[in-house]
Design a protein around this ligand. Structure first.
Ligand SMILES: [Zn+2]
Length: 340
């Protein structure tokens, strides 16, 4: 029997935007960092086939921050036209070259993110899974999701390739464990796991060289559920393409490819998996807000911003909700379940 799918839309942005203040202050620095990653990515050779379905890719549709992108005719997955191979992902993640992680090494910031970003994820997951959970978390970062699980008294173990993240995050965890392990070795942990019933990969799948290989491992494992979030081809992409002086958040740097509702449906169907839960919420309008501020020509930023807030930020959740509701927002959280 097919169980009822849990579908959720939107979240409140007011608390989240205050966490990401650095996005406004560090625009120039962030933009420089992204262009540096993009230029390394461009040296990795051309991608000929779709990362999601392996069909031959058509000609590029547009370019953004010097990288070309092609939209697959078969599954509607958006592909960067270069290979995000092992060399690229290793350079980016193990060595932490891709991002400025300064703010991530602050326990106040850590706790804020656990409360505002990760606890809602855990609560959504509990609604979908219903039974007692134990979680294997891949690409665990500094362990914010593991901490949120711990707060809800759910057992979890996480693996993360960046040693500095693990050294920092370990200290914040009491029961759940965060282990430093290379991504390729991490794959074995999926097959060896005998206790977990949820495999979680928050903001990980789109970053892997071979995401489908990971789906295969999950299918072979004893783990019933796969909980993941992925970035989507949405309005944010068009904004970034037009606001050329604003550092892109969504496409570029480590985000070399983006999913769509269609490419995710394709993925579930091809692997004979059921979509047990979906939570659609994006940050397209927060991206527009940031772009407007960073591109504005004003003589008093404080007053200008307060007027923009009155005319725009005051309704930002409602605006974003329209995109979320139509499943055309910049991100989705999904729970795949093996069919009985
Ligand atoms: Zn495709």
């Amino acid at each position: 029997m097919k169980s009822k799918k849990i579908i959720k839309f939107s979240k409140n942005y007011n608390s989240i935007l205050s966490i990401k203040k650095s996005m406004y202050n560090d625009n120039k620095k962030n933009l420089k960092g992204i262009l540096r990653v993009n230029s390394f990515y461009k040296k990795q050779g051309l991608r000929k086939r779709c990362k999601n379905c392996n069909f031959k890719l058509p000609k590029k549709l547009f370019s953004s921050f010097k990288v070309g992108y092609s939209l697959c005719n078969n599954c509607n997955h958006l592909n960067g036209i270069y290979k995000d191979n092992f060399k690229f992902t290793k350079w980016l993640y193990s060595d932490n070259k891709g991002k400025n992680y300064d703010s991530d090494k602050d326990y106040n910031f850590f706790n804020q993110r656990v409360k505002n970003i990760h606890l809602p994820k855990v609560d959504f997951l509990r609604k979908v899974v219903k039974t007692k959970m134990q979680v294997l978390d891949l690409g665990a970062g500094s362990g914010q999701f593991l901490k949120a699980l711990e707060i809800r008294k759910i057992k979890g173990i996480g693996y993360e390739p960046s040693k500095s993240f693990v050294d920092f995050g370990k200290k914040a965890l009491k029961k759940n464990k965060l282990v430093n392990l290379g991504m390729d070795q991490t794959f074995n942990t999926i097959l060896n796991d005998k206790n977990s019933n949820v495999l979680s990969m928050i903001c990980v799948l789109a970053h892997l060289e071979e995401p489908n290989k990971l789906i295969e491992l999950y299918k072979k494992s004893n783990i019933k559920y796969l909980f993941f979030s992925v970035p989507l081809f949405s309005l944010s992409v068009f904004l970034e393409n037009s606001f050329k002086n604003v550092s892109p958040r969504h496409l570029g740097a480590s985000h070399t490819n983006l999913y769509t509702k269609e490419s995710l449906d394709y993925l579930a169907k091809k692997n004979n998996l059921e979509i047990a839960g979906e939570w659609w919420f994006g940050a397209d309008f927060p991206d527009l807000y940031r772009s407007l501020i960073n591109s504005s020509n004003n003589h008093n930023m404080k007053s200008y911003k307060s007027n923009l807030d009155k005319n725009f930020f005051s309704v930002i959740n409602e605006l974003q909700h329209v995109l979320d509701k139509n499943k055309i927002c910049s991100e989705v959280h999904m729970v795949f379940k093996k069919k009985n």
